[in-house]
Design a protein around this ligand. Structure first.
Ligand SMILES: Cc1cc2nc3c(=O)[nH]c(=O)nc-3n(C[C@H](O)[C@H](O)[C@H](O)COP(=O)(O)OP(=O)(O)OC[C@H]3O[C@@H](n4cnc5c(N)ncnc54)[C@H](O)[C@@H]3O)c2cc1C
Length: 302
């Protein structure tokens, strides 16, 4: 079986950027992608460098895919089941198919845990639910912002969101806030609702109904329910994470396994497109210098 230079697992902003860089170093690489980037859910991003009028996640992904394909990257729509060490390199397995490569870049992202309701995707699409305060709290400035989740998460994120609005509504789902809780949550403009209520969506905005039947309408809600960050591929290739979900990498984005790199949301504490593409550039450039050099012997079509 042919051995290519690099398999990139994941075709979100991180993986597509890494593959584009690698192809532009004349490396043979393939992107194996399950097609479920977090960026698909971005209605409109206003903090993505170079898009002063904003860009939707699907549009950004389409542009990044076009750029990668134009550079000559191959993109295969598959989910990788396992990543095996084989000789000095790796074998990525997806069902009956497999790819051998000298090196692997993992860019498999994370998955948001959403409220268990059937309208969550619709609410995200119209901004009634937001999943990334760093990304878009600016657009929610001075709105009535709901903060929903376990008490500890609500407390820590409320502190950040208080910088965007006076009108915070805290909705802890497990335990009520009590007197031990410090300012600024005792301000008159900050409302604290009882746990055990129900979050609902009317097609434009969310509302929270407390157990006593009182309803509060929210302009937007940030649920902080965490992410699922299991990275079985990292483990199957022999690089165990120190913490669940935190894939450990060095300054060049390499894991403890030589030739295995990890980039994007699956690594960073700061889950941002700009971070993902920066890590991709670092990993791809370091990886190119680690691979055997490939002098150009004749003019070929680029
Ligand atoms: C609602 C929302 C709004 C956001 N807004 C912004 C914003 O305004 N600005 C900003 O900077 N960031 C924003 N983000 C965060 C941003 O989307 C992520 O930081 C970014 O998508 C991370 O890129 P990534 O390539 O690491 O992971 P992802 O984009 O999640 O891509 C991972 C890819 O890997 C694939 N994959 C996973 N496992 C496998 C496997 N085993 N085999 C093959 N493929 C696999 C997935 O299907 C997916 O296509 C937002 C996120 C959300 C949810």
């Amino acid at each position: 079986m042919e051995i290519i230079d690099v398999v990139v697992v994941g075709g979100g902003p991180a993986g597509l950027t890494a593959a584009t860089y690698l192809r532009r170093f004349h490396r043979r690489c393939v992107v194996l992608d399950g097609g479920d980037s977090r960026a698909r859910r971005i209605p409109q991003s206003h903090n993505c460098p170079g898009f002063p009028d904003g860009v939707s996640g699907p549009d950004l992904l389409r542009r990044m895919r076009t750029q990668a394909l134009d550079a000559g990257v191959r993109i295969e729509p598959v989910m990788v089941d396992a990543l095996l060490r084989e000789g000095d390199g790796f074998r990525a397995v997806a069902g009956e198919r497999s790819w051998r490569a000298r090196a692997v870049v993992l860019a498999t992202g994370v998955r948001d845990v959403l409220p268990e309701v059937d309208w969550a995707e619709d609410a995200i699409a119209c901004g009634a639910i937001r999943l990334c305060a760093i990304c878009d709290a600016f657009e929610a400035t001075d709105l009535r912002i709901g903060v929903y989740g376990p008490r500890a998460a609500v407390a820590s994120h409320a502190r950040f969101l208080r910088g965007y609005t006076q009108r915070l509504v805290l909705m802890p789902i497990d335990r009520p806030f009590d007197d031990e809780f410090p300012a600024p949550y005792k301000e008159s403009t900050v409302r604290v609702l009882a746990p055990g209520g129900e979050l609902d969506f009317d097609g434009a905005r969310c509302r929270y109904r407390t157990p006593d039947g009182a309803e509060t309408v929210l302009d937007t809600v940030y649920p902080f329910l965490g992410t699922q960050e299991a990275h079985p591929l990292v483990v199957s290739a022999g690089a165990w994470p120190d913490l669940p979900g935190e894939t450990v990498v060095d300054a060049n984005q390499m894991t403890r396994v030589a030739g295995l790199y990890a980039i994007g949301d699956m690594v960073s504490g700061l889950n941002q497109i700009s971070v993902a593409v920066g890590q991709a550039a670092i990993a791809a450039t370091h990886l190119h210098h680690q691979l055997p050099s490939a002098p150009r012997m004749r003019a070929e079509r680029v």
